[in-house]
Design a protein around this ligand. Structure first.
Ligand code: ADP
Ligand code: MG
Length: 909
């Protein structure tokens, strides 16, 4: 009895493998990566390993959005499902036994060869004709659905002969009998139960693939949808397909019904059956981890607080693909369908390509022909990719179809050998962070303007009020004074008049004195006069009192005037304070803006680093710097980052440069990062230099003690030093000695790489050779090889090659006759030592430097003594770069000194 067993796993795994059902998981601590300018992401590329990762329980209480989620192995799981005999089979095959015998408890299936012999096959799950739809969903689909909810990609696929129950298993709507609901309907129920409709989104596409063309089942007129592949990540997408957002189960079922109707109509039109086409349902689940991770406050109006909580939320994007494949039977025998041979081939193309890919993956072949068909392009992630994949193969019981059943079983067996590396699809939601910050910024600006306006209004109101009061008081005072004066004048005149009258009367009385005795008259007169005098005195007193009163009133008025003045002074002081406050606010806004700028740039870099992580080939700094510039140009070319350009405009270069001298060290670091990122973009360089940025950066090298500032500033200088006129500027500002000091004192390899890169750029300028060497540039460059980091060595080698190239140019023009400064400064020993360095970025530069040095006859003797001739001979023979090889050969052939030495050493040449 022949026995084949399931591949790889040997049947010891439970059906629910790896990520959804692992026993231990590493809850790796939150290790935030520093947001450094040039942080490399080597760790990402090679982390396909070991640790089983997130589990369902981990999902519920995950608090660490920046955890590493290394991919974990996850074999394709395969279940076999047997359809019960149908009425026809019960009648026709009544006397015959089924062609298969299931042993579900052993997870085995026996395929009868004849009456006395059978083959046995093991599967991950064996589902008998009695298995309910619910059980099928639970063992085949639920683990995949849970993975998708956790942020993984997932695939559920049915394979088998037409009529064996693929559509029954996947696509039944079960409206007449809920127990009959298929996998699609149940999967969506589970998804909708788990997501939150406020924060998450679920959207679906539904497609049909027939004769290598993809048709939108939700919009049948759209029948030639193209597959788009991201060249970097390999992700496939169908931007042309309708994507419908699902918010409740009912609308999803409607959608499936609509798709089914369209499929039926389309197939009638194409004169085919649905069994010839593949139906593909794609469910995109996007979950925001905001609120799911602790301590993430955002709506906090307090801005200094806000600066600290600038943390983008994390989104997880799982994609569930459910594929109802075309019938697996061969159709070449069914000419009856009226297809030409070409059509028949095309109909079968996707399915046979799928078989080939699975064979190649099962056998671990180097080449998997994914590109051969649309189906295999679409399912690239499902087999051998990062998705969790579950396959159900459907078979019928009839002995008549034994051949097809056997081939279905073999397909399932091979698929079980396919190993995927399931990987969490998680990323930072930078877009919404940027949006949030924009809103916050607008709010702050608006609030500030509002306060300013209200304040100015208040001041104006108070000033006019005080003015009013003052003039009112003045007016009253003058009125009163005037009234009093006229009253006294009148009183005075009255008194005078009375006295005169009195006098006249007295004179008259005098004349009539003979009537009364003189004494009598005088006594009377005296009494009268006395009375009048008393009255007069009283009047005077009253007048004096009145005057005193008036005086008091005047002095009161004066004090009220003084208090009004002090009020105005107070208001002035408040105004000044507010101006101060405004300036502070503006500074904070600038910091916020620069941080936003920095964050956006870093998000870009992070993305690029992720993208580059797989292609980790080139470590040369110039390449990485230029590629950064390119990325940024591309990004801005695509209009992808209008907000950066906008912010740059808003904040203004001058402001950013002024922040380089800020007192707060954090602000300085942010500012220098922003300047460095701007300097990476060629379009900004001239503006930065014009605004004095280069001078500020050089000054920072000298004045700052901070390693990060040194590294970032040196990186920016290296970028600016790519331009010839900037090179001269750097030299004229004493840049080389500043760079030399940093070169001698820095310890961080990345700082040294930047400094070496900057000097290497300066080395390539013909005009600066003598000055550069005179100010110790070459010695500084050579000094940096004390750091063993290959990136630093690559930059040193590049500098030497640049320098040697300029020298060889000068010697061929006749402007240099003495031997090379490089040799004078003792570079030859290091050059010879590294001429065959295993890092190609170092080796290539050294090879070129040697060729350039050898072109000047004055160097030949030193080169022979230093052992450089041997290296040149080796380069001219073995170098894998044809152009360098030829150059070395030509150089050796044209130098009489080398020729003579080679003859002496009997080197045949
Ligand atoms: P396929 O999609 O593979 O061509 P279908 O799902 O259309 O096959 O099934 C063919 C027929 O068999 C349908 O009438 C379906 O109702 C029936 N059928 C399939 N599987 C089962 C099952 N497990 N139990 C009962 N009837 C089934
Ligand atoms: Mg079907």
């Amino acid at each position: 009895m022949a026995t084949s067993s399931a591949g790889g796993a040997g049947g010891t795994y439970s059906y629910r493998n790896g990520a959804t059902h692992s026993h231990s998981h590493k809850s790796s601590p939150h290790t935030p990566k520093p947001l450094s300018l040039n942080s490399t992401s080597k760790n990402h590329a090679k982390s396909r390993s070991l640790a089983p990762s997130s589990t369902t329980t981990q999902r519920r209480n995950s608090t660490t959005p920046k955890d590493h989620h290394p991919p974990v192995p996850g074999r394709v799981r395969v279940a076999v499902r047997l359809r019960p005999r149908n009425a026809e089979e019960s009648l026709a095959d009544a006397d015959f036994a089924d062609c298969v015998e299931l042993q579900p408890e052993l997870k085995r299936l026996k395929l009868r060869k004849n009456n006395w012999d059978s083959d046995t096959y093991a599967f991950d799950e064996v589902l008998t004709e009695f298995a309910s739809q619910k059980r099928v969903y639970e063992v085949v689909a639920r683990p995949v659905v849970e993975s998708v909810l956790d942020g993984y990609n997932g695939t559920i696929m049915a394979y088998g002969q037409t009529g064996t129950g693929k559509t029954y298993t996947l696509g039944r709507l079960g409206e007449e009998d809920t127990a009959a609901r298929g996998i699609m309907v149940r999967a969506m129920e589970d998804i909708l139960a788990d997501v939150s409709l406020e924060n998450d989104s679920v959207s679906v596409s539904y497609l049909q693939l027939y004769m290598e063309s993809i048709q939108d089942l939700l919009d049948p007129a759209n029948d030639n949808i193209t597959i788009v592949e991201d060249p970097k990540t390999g992700d496939v997408s169908l931007p042309g397909a309708s994507l419908v957002e699902i918010r409740d189960q009912q609308s999803f079922v409607e959608l499936l019904r609509l798709g089914e109707a369209h499929r039926f109509a389309a197939n009638t039109k194409l004169n085919t059956e649905s069994s010839r086409s593949h139906a593909i349902l794609m469910v995109h689940v996007r979950r925001s981890m905001k609120g799911r991770d602790a301590g993430h406050s955002s709506e906090n109006g307090n801005h200094p607080h806000m600066i600290k909580s600038l943390k983008p939320s994390v989104v997880r994007k799982g994609k569930l693909v459910v594929v109802d494949l075309a019938g697996s039977e061969r159709i070449d025998k069914s000419g009856s369908e009226g297809h030409t041979l070409e059509e028949a081939k095309s109909i079968n193309l996707s399915l046979s390509a799928l078989g080939k890919c699975i064979n190649a993956l099962a056998e671990n072949s180097a080449h998997v022909p994914f590109r051969d068909s649309k189906l295999t392009r679409l399912l690239r992630d499902s087999f051998g990719g990062t998705a969790r994949t579950s396959l159900v193969i459907t078979i019928g019981p009839s002995p008549k179809h034994r051949g097809e059943t056997a081939s279905t079983i073999m397909f399932g067996q091979r698929a079980m050998k396919v190993e995927n590396m399931v990987k969490l699809k998680e990323e930072f939601d930078y877009k919404s962070l940027a949006r949030r910050l924009d809103v916050e910024l607008d709010k702050l600006i608006m609030e500030h303007e509002r306060q300013q306006k209200a304040f100015e209004d208040e001041i104006e109101r108070m000033a006019t009020e005080a003015q009013h009061q003052l003039s009112e008081v003045e007016r009253n005072y003058i009125d009163l004074l005037e009234k009093e004066k006229s009253k006294y004048q009148k009183d005075y005149m009255d008194s005078i008049r009375k006295l005169e009258d009195q006098l006249v009367m007295n004179q008259r009385k005098d004349e009539d004195s003979h009537i009364k005795s003189r004494a009598e008259v005088s006594a009377e007169e005296l009494a009268d006069l006395k009375r009048m005098l008393q009255k007069e005195t009283l009047l005077r007193k009253a007048a004096e009192g009145e005057v005193n009163n008036l005086k008091i009133q005047v002095s009161e008025l004066k004090t009220s005037e003084a208090s009004a003045k002090s009020e105005i002074l107070k208001v002035h002081k408040m105004l000044e304070e507010d101006v101060h406050q405004k300036e502070k606010l503006e500074r904070e806004i600038a910091i916020l803006q620069s941080q936003l700028l920095q964050l956006s740039l870093e998000s870009d870099q992070t993305r690029h680093q992720f993208e580059r992580a797989g292609l980790e080939k080139d470590t040369s700094s110039v390449n990485s710097l230029t590629s950064q510039v390119k990325h940024q140009q591309q990004a801005s070319g695509n209009g992808e980052k209008p907000s950066i350009a906008k912010l740059f405009e808003q904040v203004g270069l001058q402001k950013i440069l002024s922040l380089l001298e800020a007192e707060d060290a954090d602000v300085r670091i942010h500012a220098v990062k922003v300047v460095a990122n701007l300097a990476a973009e060629e379009a900004n360089q001239a503006k930065i230099v014009e605004a004095g940025g280069l001078t500020s950066l050089l000054r920072l090298l000298q004045s700052s003690q901070d390693e990060t500032i040194h590294r970032v500033a040196a990186g920016a200088i290296a970028n600016l030093a790519m331009n010839e006129s900037n090179q001269e500027l750097i030299m004229s500002q004493g840049g080389i000695s500043l760079l030399s000091i940093t070169a001698a004192t820095a310890e961080d390899p990345q700082t040294l790489r930047m400094v070496a890169g900057a000097i290497a750029n300066l080395c390539g300028n013909d005009k600066l050779q003598t000055k550069l060497r005179g100010e110790g540039g070459i010695k500084a460059l050579l000094g940096m090889v004390r750091c063993r980091h290959p990136d630093v060595h690559a930059q040193v080698a590049r500098g030497i090659a640049n320098f040697a190239k300029c020298e060889s140019r000068a010697s061929s023009l006749g402007t240099k006759s003495a031997r090379s400064f490089l040799i004078e400064d003792g570079a030859l020993a290091w050059i010879v030592q590294n001429a065959n360095n295993e890092a190609s970025s170092i080796r290539r530069h050294i090879e070129l430097a040697l060729c350039h040095l050898a072109q000047h006859e004055a160097n030949a003797k030193d080169m022979i003594n230093g052992g450089a001739l041997w290296e040149l001979v080796r380069i001219s023979r073995d170098c894998s770069r044809e152009d360098i090889k030829t150059l070395a050969h030509r150089t050796l052939a044209s130098s009489p000194t080398f020729q003579a030495e080679m003859r002496r050493m009997r080197i045949c040449y």
